[in-house]
Design a protein around this ligand. Structure first.
Ligand code: CIR
Length: 253
């Protein structure tokens, strides 16, 4: 069970953040509304939400997931791989410290974005991407193995972050898209396969009794409902314009 969640409000500068998409300029009014609905959905899942204020100096800082990895026992402050985002950890670290005594740090030359880390029970999967380098992944693996977890490093071929194309929804089930569908690392899981046209919905989050998915993917919704999951669908258009998904907007622990 997750008890807590940390989110960070987006600011007006969000429109100047990093993106690889050609979906257009985010509309800030819609962005704020979508973020508020995200927070409401988390509350519906029964978690206590810690809301950090927006920081206009860091346009992408609403994507808090990239700045830390939180487990029930310890926290890892990451070393985000994009220069423009690296100092986001300065505000995440004190917020995380309020909840954790045991903190680890990914240190340069290692870089790691939390978006490249997936936890499934006592196993972690760590993507090597444009943001997470081999040294960052190695440091991460060393830390979690010391803490009694396993870690598998997965060099990415196409996805932006590992969690762009994968989610763990409990009960040994993985939601998988693209390069992960036939990846040997995920062979032992029951697979919920997401086709190319629905790929964005592979980034969904299980929070206690619910799975939160992006709105507009009825097939993904149906597959999850058929397996007995209660879903909450959220409009994510303005986050998607800047390569963000549901997992990116919170740290859940
Ligand atoms: C970035 O390029 O870093 C942001 N515009 C999007 C980050 C999305 N985060 C995530 O997938 N964990």
């Amino acid at each position: 069970m997750f008890k807590n969640v940390i989110v960070k409000n987006p600011g007006n500068s969000y429109v100047n953040g990093l993106t690889t998409s050609d979906l257009g300029k985010p509309i800030v009014e819609k962005l704020y509304e979508q973020h508020e609905k995200y927070v409401e959905a988390l509350k519906q899942c029964g978690v206590e939400v810690t809301k950090l204020p927006a920081n206009e100096d860091f346009p992408d800082s609403t994507f808090v997931e990239d700045a830390a990895v939180l487990t029930p026992e310890f926290a890892i402050i990451s070393n985000p791989g994009a220069e423009a985002r690296n100092r986001e950890i300065e505000e995440i670290e004190p917020a995380v410290k309020k909840f954790y005594e045991k903190l680890y740090y990914i240190e340069g030359p290692g870089t790691l974005d939390g978006g490249d880390v997936l936890q499934a029970e006592k196993k972690f999967y760590v993507g090597i991407s444009d943001r997470t380098n081999e040294e960052g992944a190695r440091q991460f693996k060393e830390i979690v193995e010391k803490e009694g977890y396993e870690a598998t490093i997965i060099p990415l071929k196409e996805f932006f972050h590992l969690k762009t194309g994968i989610a763990y929804v409990g009960e040994n089930r993985m939601v998988l898209a693209g390069e992960f569908i036939d990846h040997p690392a995920f062979e032992s899981y029951e697979k919920i396969i997401i086709p190319k046209e629905d790929e964005y919905s592979a980034n969904c989050i299980q929070v206690n009794d619910y799975v939160i998915i992006p709105a507009g993917y009825p097939e993904t919704n149906r597959k999850l409902n058929d397996l007995g999951y209660q879903t909450i669908e959220l409009e994510m258009s303005e986050f998607r314009k800047h390569d963000g998904g549901l997992s990116c907007l919170s740290l859940r622990f």
